[in-house]
Design a protein around this ligand. Sequence first.
Ligand code: DGL
Length: 280
Amino acid sequence: MEQLLSSHPGPIGIFDSGYGGLTILKEIREAMPGYDYIYLGDNARTPYGSRSFEVVYEFTLQAVRRLFTEGCHLIILACNTASAKALRTIQMNDLPHIDPNRRVLGVIRPTVESIGTLTHNGHVGVLATAGTVRSCSYPMEIHKLFPEITVSQEACPMWVPLVENNEAENSGTDYFIDKHLQNLTQKDPDIDTLILGCTHYPLLLPKIKQHLPPHIQVVAQGEYVADSLKDYLNRHPEIDRQCTKSGKCTFYTTEAEDKFIESASIFLHQEITVQRITLE
Ligand code: DGL
């Protein structure tokens, strides 16, 4: 039997496998500072990028259920891997049983919607985790809206561990950045727009830009996700009414609190407090 969920308004839930979703949270809070948020990072089980569909779905559903019991009516999967592998099944199969009035949204669609106006020559590259690349979510979603765009993908399995281990700015990281950018631009030398299809990658932006020819524009997702969420809440006042608004943000992690605090301060440029929880 489903657990009874509170019908009172609550914070917006933001979920990621680790720290990457903090780049999305930051942009969302800048765009909508009045709302309340709960950020949940499944740091104990990150990365999701190399895990199977079944495992990503199972872990993501656990996180979604937990955020619902914390009072969230709206959850953003601020993780491309979870958006690619779990979002649709949760929306179609689980939400109708859990509570048809709650919403779970992802980060791929808002990013894809922006692409048509960003590329000039219709050649787009996607950098993402192996799981997101294998799911083909980006090419499929882009082609639904813009069938004429050529999409090339490159999986960057080392990039998330480098970010999670605070190596983003160190010189050893250059090798892995250059390698994958070279691979991608060899697949399609005409790429003019590059999507960072993983919420961790904006932390590598300075190095990515250093290793790319200047005519290639790099699209980080945060601002598009934030704009899209704002628009969504304007169009759905019934969901907006279920979001509390006192400007508060609460953090949960499934790993050690001190590690989260240290890394989160790098992502958010602010000191935070966090509570460790267990997902099951
Ligand atoms: N932040 C996740 C994403 O956007 C990747 C991290 C992971 O592999 O768990 O895909």
